[in-house]
Design a protein around this ligand. Structure first.
Ligand code: NAD
Ligand code: ZN
Length: 367
């Protein structure tokens, strides 16, 4: 049974539908939210091979004029040159404002196609069909779109909400295990932020989430609902949305120190280690129990995620390098580190003015 999560943003409210076989039914869903519209599908070469045929078939069966725009897989496609090409191909295909730009793929395609949708004709209709677990629980929810520049990641973009998100759990069947695990770290994050019951549910159902469709639909729905709730409270990241960065100040620093080498560390693995660091640091500050921190680590280990900095292959950097990398993160305001810490599982909060010496001594012990 598919589940629907409503994202409540006033007149721009939209549905996230999570279920099996949704790409096969995409034509009907599109005809409903955008009657009579044509569709430009933006996807990457991997997803084009594995998932595009089913989607195209469904759109064509519904009588929707469809063009496909295919980019190279990988983060490098979130760039000005690729963005330009995608915009021009959308215009070339005579996609009007009321037509649909549809992102079929992971977070890279979603961010790139979303920014193109926001920009072409000052905004065309946008639909997301996320095909990675990370995209289904995180990047397709919340309306952040954009590309990278030589100055850094995600520095050019727009907040732009889709008209519909179709999260087809069947698409995850072809996803490599390492990518699935990485997305799972973000799922765990939602339990740790403010839903201890969900974290416990994951402890009891992790193997089902890794294996079957029903448990996946449940885990993805809870995650989307959790993110949608936080985003609705704080669409443009003034306050509460920072909670979504739990584990990310540590995680981003780790990614930076391995120079974004995806062989050594993918984003979700950095997040897994970051979540454990956030809990262990909270325990060190006397905010939560060490048992809670250990419980977080145990669960992530059980599903095959790394949990300690020393798990990263070829790790050489010291605590000061780690501190520098953390201070370069964009979440650092006026020299004061804003951290998401926890008083326990499901009890995270935004902590300001963290003592740098305490952090350094914590990192020395961790590394
Ligand atoms: P990705 O889009 O690069 O996908 C990972 C890999 O999986 C790619 O090689 C892709 O071709 C392949 N793939 C995708 N779906 C597949 C499938 N069903 N079967 C087989 N292979 C498949 O990476 P990602 O992890 O999905 O997303 C990462 C990006 O998301 C980053 O650029 C990050 O900045 C962005 N992001 C954005 C937000 C947001 O709020 N907008 C949030 C988190 C992350
Ligand atoms: Zn993340």
């Amino acid at each position: 049974e598919p589940q629907t999560v409503e994202v409540g943003l006033g007149d721009r409210a939209y549905d996230i539908i999570i279920g099996a076989g949704l790409l096969e039914q995409a034509g009907e869903h599109l005809a409903r939210v955008a009657p009579g519209a044509a569709c430009a599908v933006v996807t990457d070469a991997n997803v084009a091979r594995l998932q595009l045929p089913v989607l195209r078939h469904s759109l064509e069966k519904a009588g929707i004029r469809t063009v496909s725009i295919i980019v190279e897989p990988g983060e490098a496609s979130k760039s000005f040159p690729v963005f330009q090409r995608v915009c021009e191909e959308i215009l070339e295909a005579r996609i009007e404002r009321r037509d649909v730009v549809l992102a079929l793929g992971g977070g890279v395609v979603g961010d790139l196609a979303g920014f193109a949708a926001a920009s072409v004709r000052r905004g065309s209709r946008f639909v997301q069909a996320p095909t990675t677990l990370l995209a289904q629980v995180d990047s397709s929810v919340g309306g952040k779109t954009g590309i990278n520049t030589p100055q850094g990641k995600n520095l050019v973009g727009a907040f732009y909400q889709p008209s519909l998100v179709l999260a087809d759990v069947d698409a995850l069947a072809t996803l490599p295990l390492r990518e699935f695990r990485a997305g799972y770290a973000e799922v765990v994050k939602y339990g740790l932020i403010d839903d201890a019951f969900f974290f416990e549910w994951l402890e009891n159902n992790a193997s089902a989430v890794f294996a079957d469709r029903a448990a996946r639909v449940e885990a993805i729905s809870v995650s989307c609902r959790s993110k949608a709730k936080i985003v609705a409270r704080d669409e443009t990241e003034q306050g509460d949305r920072a909670l979504l960065n739990l584990g990310h100040t540590f995680g981003h620093a780790l990614e930076r120190l391995v120079r974004y080498d995806g062989e050594r560390l993918v984003h979700g693995e950095g997040v897994a280690i970051g979540l454990v660091c956030a809990f262990r640091f909270s325990a060190r500050l006397g905010l939560c129990s060490l048992q809670d921190a250990e419980r977080v680590g145990r669960h992530l280990t059980r599903v095959g995620l790394p949990t300690r900095i020393r798990d990263i292959s070829g790790w050489r950097d010291d605590a000061d390098a780690m501190l520098d990398a953390m201070f370069q993160d964009k979440k650092v305001e006026k020299g004061a580190l804003t951290f998401i810490l926890a008083r326990g599982i499901g009890r995270s909060f935004v902590a300001k003015g963290i003592d740098v010496d305490q952090l350094r001594s914590f990192l020395k012990d961790e590394i």
